[in-house]
Write a protein that binds this ligand. Sequence first.
Ligand code: AVI
Length: 321
Amino acid sequence: RADPPIPAAVTLQRLSTPQDIDLDKVLQDLQLHRRLPFWLFYDDRGSELFRQITSTPEYYLTRTEKSILQRYASEMAEAFGRGRLWIEPGAGCCDKAAYLLSKAEPRAYVAIDISEEPLQVAAEQLASQFPDLPVYLLVADFQQSFSRVHEFLPAAPRVVFYPGSSVGNFTPEQAVDWLARLRRLAGENGELLLGFDLLKDPSLLEAAYNDADGVTAEFHLNLLQHLQDLGVQLDPSAFVHSAVFNRQASRIEMRLQITQETVVTYQQRRIQLRQGEQILTEYAYKFSLEMIRQLAADAGWQLQQHWTDDKQWFALARFTC
Ligand code: AVI
């Protein structure tokens, strides 16, 4: 597909290209700790499967968050004030921001993502929906080019928008680190709008990560295909998907279960996996308001207010520095 033309109000900056994955480190973690990183889910096929997950009947998160944004967009815009620079790390196709942009009258909208293609598609849509809105697309590996992001943005008080409960895929320590980085990105008098999934009946939580059509299972197992594409040798038929809610830790734990003895090889590394072993691939933390308040406070953010749905399944909260 040819690149679409970039509309006049849109500025595209390429700050980094997808970095080479340190595959040996990934395999070492598998060998020593029976762990694989969740970001391995997201190759092109994985991103498409995640998009499909968001429309399964069981995966209430995206639907619910959008309904909150739709319902409270004016109130949120009022709370954050007009004329701010809205920055969305990991923006993807920017569809959630669109609910707010119509009300918030931002100085500009900044979408940051490592994948350029969805950003460009989103830019076309945003430009037709909001012809006067300056849009900045920053193609960046957020971990690496955080400091350079500042060089390209107009001066205005900032709001960082981080929806989707992606904060729940970090361990609490990583989440505090990440929120502290978002605080630096937000700058002086910066604010944060953070989406997070709330604690609820474990059967609803487990259903959301074990949909009946098996889309989540396919998404999970696609990680094995991704590894194979990167040059790892393995037999996918030895792995099955599992997702269980750990009540004590307040998180869904996704694991690949080993159904028969199998070997994973990469260059000189040979990893023998026995039947019954498990490989941890993802956490998805489920929060109380107090949990999220504390995490954010540890990163220097103060909770100001939050918005939720009638069932209190999901929330978006506003924080100030
Ligand atoms: C991206 N993230 C918020 C999703 C979640 O719910 O934790 C990833 C996901 N994993 C399995 N299903 C969805």
